[in-house]
Design a protein around this ligand. Structure first.
Ligand code: GLN
Length: 379
């Protein structure tokens, strides 16, 4: 059989490649982003309870109504936006799915979508599988700020959407109010949608407030905002998140969603509806993770890597330009095989493989894991 591939240039995601290599060489995995410590026992017990109480059948295709109400309450408290739980929130199997579904709901063949590189690796294939075109704009190096003048210059009659992501994966960069002002100026009076990937909303450090699109009603009317419980509650393998969008946009989103996932894992939704009533776990997450970041930073000072400072996500980027001109993929492979530490080479997040000699490290790990990894790097 011959398949005319929809994604002829796409290989296996770098996260799987590096995690597999880490297993093969028994390396400490600071590559793929996931915590190596236990999640809340209380939340696990709530899932068990939901199962034994009989919460094992389909819930509503848009998500358990009570969970959506609790999400709406959280959004109102955090971002002062009274969203309608019934019309504007859909529970999804993870943030990546929410982003894919948003794009699929709006894209027609030939549409253009503005994407910033380095870009999380699902964005461009999500655009291209829909027959649309990714218009790639490089973030300024090494600040990883958005060059808004270039965005303005890239808008055409075919621009259908702009994807933003703060805190940013893979760089950890965060958007500031000035970015929102620039974005607002560009989209005002157009039909351009915004896809806002906010899966790291609570992983923001150094006293900076998260610039959620949910704070801005004028931007919200054109936006799909995507979130992840996996990142918030240290359970990335649960694959559960949600999308928030205005009713007319969400209506289209649900047309795609209902024939794809239909409804998400029920027991987890019952459990989250209860657990979400406590704000402490998500409100304390930034402080908890900042401690890890600061500890990792202090350990990395002993190495020849140079920090590229950032304020969010669970990643930090380090330059090795000071001690090697090896391609980043070669270095990441060598560190995994020879030193036993897996990372992610940043060129994987550029379609043309731009190599600024930077590696991404995930610091969402136990202190002992971080210590061992840096010890290995120093050997
Ligand atoms: N979001 C995670 C990361 O950036 C990986 C998710 C995945 O493996 N698809 O590392």
């Amino acid at each position: 059989m011959i398949i005319h591939s929809k994604l002829p240039d796409v290989g296996t995601t770098i996260f799987t490649v590096m995690s597999q290599m880490a297993v093969e060489y028994n390396a400490i995995n600071l590559g793929q982003g996931f915590p190596d410590f236990m999640m809340s026992e209380e939340l696990i017990a709530l899932v068990n309870k939901a199962m034994t109480d009989g919460g094992n059948q389909y819930v509503h295709m848009n998500g358990l109504p009570l969970l959506r109400e609790r999400i709406a309450e959280k959004v109102e408290q955090l971002y002062h936006n009274p969203i309608h739980a019934n019309d504007c929130i859909t529970v999804t199997p993870g943030g990546t799915y929410a982003i894919y579904t948003s794009l699929t709901s709006i894209l027609q063949a030939g549409d253009e979508v503005i994407v910033f590189e380095p870009a999380y690796d699902s964005y461009i294939p999500n655009i291209e599988v829909n027959g649309a075109i990714a218009v790639r704009i490089s973030l300024q190096f090494p600040s990883y700020n958005i060059p808004w003048h270039r965005v303005k210059a890239s808008i055409t009659a075919k621009t259908k959407a702009i994807i933003i992501n703060s805190p940013h994966n893979p760089t950890g960069a965060v958007l500031h109010e000035s970015d929102i002002v620039a974005l607002r100026e560009i989209v005002a009076g157009t039909n351009i949608f915004i896809i806002s990937d906010e899966v790291y909303e609570h992983l923001i450090f150094d006293g900076i407030a998260h610039q959620s699109i949910l704070r801005y009603p004028d931007l919200m009317e054109r936006s799909f905002v995507c979130f992840s419980f996996g990142k918030t509650y240290h359970c990335t393998g649960w694959k559960i998140g949600y999308c928030v969008a205005p009713a007319p946009l969400m209506k289209e989103f649900r047309k795609v969603h209902q024939f794809n996932c239909f409804s998400c894992h029920s027991p987890v939704q019952y459990a989250l509806a209860t657990y979400l009533q406590q704000p402490t776990p998500y409100l304390s997450l930034g402080g908890f993770m900042q401690q890890k970041r600061d500890y990792f930073r202090s350990l990395m000072q002993q190495t020849p890597f140079t920090l590229i400072p950032s304020h969010g996500s669970y990643f930090e980027c380090y330059s090795y330009a000071g001690f090697s001109d090896e391609p980043d993929k070669a270095l990441a492979t060598r560190l995994t095989k020879e030193k036993g530490v897996a990372t992610i080479p940043m060129s994987s997040f550029y379609k043309e493989g731009t190599d600024n000699k930077v590696l991404r490290f995930c610091f969402a790990k136990q202190a002992t894991t971080l210590e061992k990894a840096v010890e290995r790097l120093l050997q």
